[in-house]
Ligand binder design. Structure first.
Ligand SMILES: [Zn+2]
Length: 496
C-alpha cells in the first residue's frame, strides 16, 4: 500500500494589509519533508509514524508552509495548486492521499483556497481515490471542502498540541479505507456563531468540557473522528464561523446524530463567550502591581498583534505604555529588520538611540524612540523538542539583536527589546533563551499572541493579562469591519 502526502499551510488574515507572495513559503519535497518533521509534533510527523504503525509506504511529495500573514496572491495560489497535483502524480501508482491543509488559506482568487486545493486533487485523481484531510481548528470550513474528501479530521487542542495524534488518526483512517476495513461517511454542520479567540483555550472553561467530549464520542463503536472548528475570526469570508464534522464507519445516521448533538452543545455555550478585557494602560498597571507583589513573571498578551494570527509583529502599544508607566524588568519582542541592521552595525556592547517597531503598517502603533546597549547578536535559530503549539521543532526568527535598556529608576532592573528580522510567534521559550534571557527571571514578559503562547509560558509564569490592543488581530468587536461573513453571526453581533 502506498500513500502520498501533500501539506500546504497558510492562515490568511484578510485584515492585514498587502498580500503574501510565493516567496513567503518554504517549499519542501521528499527527504526534506522527512527531516523537517521527524522528531517534531506535527500532523506530518503523525503521517510518518502512522505509515509504520499501519504498515504502508508513505511518499511525502510536497510541503509548502508560511507564517500566517495577509491573503495570498492569485499567482502563488495557482503555482501551489499546480505543484501539489503534479507532485502527487509524480508519486506513481498510489492507493490513497493524506492531505494536511490549514483550513484558513485565503487567496486573491479563492476565499476558501483549501477547498479548492482539495477539489483539484479530487479532480485529478477521481472519485474512487481515498483522500483523508486534516485541518487546523482555526479554519473556515464550508460544505465545499467536505464534499471533496472522504474524511476530515481537525486538531482538538488550542494551543495545538495534538497535531501528531491527528496525523496518526488520519493515517489509520486511510489505511483502513484502502484495506476495505472502513468506509467513512461524514456529517457536517455549520453554526451561525464564532468563538472569539480570547476564549479559544480548549483546556480551560468555557470550552474545556465540550472539547474533551469529542474524545468520548470517538470511543463509540463506529466513530472514526469527531471534530469542531474554533473558527478563524481574522478571515472575512462567507464560511467564517464554527463548524462540526463527524466521520463514522458507513453509518450516516450515527454521524448526523452526533453532529447535531455537538452543534446543539456548542450553540448553548454562546452566552459564556462575551469579551471583557482591560485597556492597554490598565493591563500594564495590573502586571506591574502583581510584579510589585513578587508574583513574577507576569505575561502581558498583545492580542491585537498576534503574530500567529497574521499581524505585523512590530506593534508598539504595550512598549509605549511600559515606558510611560516606567516599568522595569520587562521584555518586548519586535520584528524590525532595520533596527536589527542598526544594532549589527553598532556592534555588541555599543549604545545607540533608534526607532523601533510600528513600521509595517498603520495598525500597530507608531515607531518608538529608545536608547539601549546591544547585548547580543544571534542568527535567530533555535530548537524546541517539547510539544509546543504547532508542534514545530526548528524555530527561526532571523538575524536578531537584543537591546538592553537601563532601569528607569535606581534599584530597578534592566529591560530588553528583542529585535528580530523574521516575524516569529512566541511558541517556545527558546526564542528568548537563545539570546540569553531567562524568562523566569523577568518581572514582565510580553507575547504577541492570543492562546498559543500558553503551552510554552504557563509552566513558568505567575499570571497573565490580555490587553485590548488594536491591530490586525484585535478582538474587540467594536473595532471590526466585516463585509463578507454571513448575516447575524453570533459573536460579531449580540454582545455589548
Ligand atoms: Zn491554529
Amino acid at each position: 500500500m502506498k500513500i502520498a502526502t501533500g501539506h500546504i499551510i497558510h492562515e490568511s488574515n484578510t485584515f492585514a494589509p498587502g498580500t503574501t507572495p510565493l516567496g513567503a513559503f518554504v517549499i519542501r519535497r521528499g527527504d526534506e519533508i522527512v527531516r523537517e518533521h521527524t522528531g517534531a509534533h506535527t500532523e506530518v510527523t503523525g503521517f510518518l509514524e502512522g505509515a509504520v504503525t499501519h504498515v504502508f509506504e508513505l511518499a511525502p511529495m510536497f510541503s509548502a508552509t508560511a507564517t500566517p500573514s495577509a491573503i495570498v496572491t492569485a499567482g502563488a495560489f495557482d503555482w501551489l495548486a499546480d505543484e501539489l497535483v503534479s507532485a502527487l502524480r509524480a508519486a506513481g501508482k498510489i492507493d490513497g492521499i493524506l492531505l494536511a491543509l490549514h483550513g484558513a488559506f485565503v487567496s486573491e482568487n479563492h476565499p476558501n483556497a483549501d477547498a479548492e486545493f482539495a477539489r483539484r486533487v479530487r479532480e485529478a485523481f477521481g472519485p474512487d481515490m481515498p483522500i483523508v484531510l486534516t485541518h487546523d481548528p482555526h479554519s473556515s470550513i464550508g460544505e465545499d471542502v467536505v464534499r471533496q474528501v472522504n474524511a476530515l479530521v481537525i486538531y482538538k487542542t488550542n494551543p495545538h498540541l495534538d497535531q501528531r495524534q491527528i496525523g496518526l488518526q488520519a493515517a489509520g483512517i486511510i489505511a483502513g479505507m484502502v484495506r476495505g476495513a472502513v468506509k467513512p461517511v461524514m456529517a457536517y454542520r455549520s453554526l451561525p456563531m464564532m468563538i472569539n479567540i480570547v476564549h479559544q483555550h480548549t483546556s480551560a472553561p468555557p470550552l474545556r468540557d465540550l472539547w474533551r467530549a469529542l474524545q468520548v464520542y470517538e470511543q463509540q463503536a463506529g466513530v472514526l473522528a469527531a471534530s469542531m472548528s474554533l473558527c478563524y475570526q481574522y478571515s472575512d469570508v462567507p464560511a467564517m464561523g464554527n463548524a462540526v464534522v463527524v466521520v463514522t464507519d458507513n453509518n450516516q445516521a450515527q454521524a448526523d446524530a452526533i453532529a447535531d448533538e455537538l452543534a446543539a452543545k456548542l450553540w448553548a455555550l454562546r452566552e459564556e463567550l462575551a469579551v471583557h478585557i482591560p485597556t492597554v494602560h490598565d493591563a500594564v498597571a495590573q502586571a506591574m502591581d502583581a510584579a510589585q507583589q513578587k508574583q513574577t513573571p507576569q505575561v502581558i498578551v498583545d492580542i491585537g498583534d498576534n503574530v500567529g494570527g497574521g499581524s505585523a509583529a512590530d506593534g508598539t502599544f504595550i512598549l509605549t505604555e511600559l515606558l510611560a508607566q516606567r516599568a522595569d524588568g520587562w521584555v518586548v519582542t519586535l520584528a524590525d529588520p532595520k533596527a536589527v541592521q542598526a544594532c549589527t552595525m553598532a556592534g555588541i556592547g555599543a549604545t545607540l538611540s533608534l526607532d523601533v517597531g510600528g513600521a509595517t503598517d498603520e495598525m500597530h502603533g507608531a515607531p518608538v524612540r529608545v536608547t539601549g546597549r546591544v547585548k547580543c547578536l544571534h542568527d535567530g535559530r533555535y530548537e524546541e523538542r517539547a510539544a509546543r503549539h504547532g508542534g514545530v521543532r526548528w524555530g527561526n526568527q532571523g538575524l536578531c539583536a537584543l537591546l538592553e535598556l537601563a532601569a528607569p529608576a535606581p534599584g530597578g532592573e534592566a529591560s530588553y527589546i528583542l529585535l528580530t528580522t523574521a516575524r516569529a510567534a512566541p511558541m517556545s521559550l527558546h526564542q528568548l533563551q537563545s539570546v540569553g534571557i531567562e524568562p523566569g527571571y523577568m518581572k514582565i514578559l510580553t507575547v504577541k499572541a492570543a492562546i498559543a503562547w500558553k503551552a510554552a509560558y504557563e509552566p513558568i509564569m505567575a499570571g497573565f493579562v490580555v490587553a485590548d490592543t488594536p491591530g490586525a488581530t484585535q478582538v474587540n468587536p467594536k473595532r471590526w469591519h466585516y463585509r463578507n461573513v454571513r448575516k447575524n453571526l453570533f459573536g460579531l453581533e449580540g454582545w455589548p
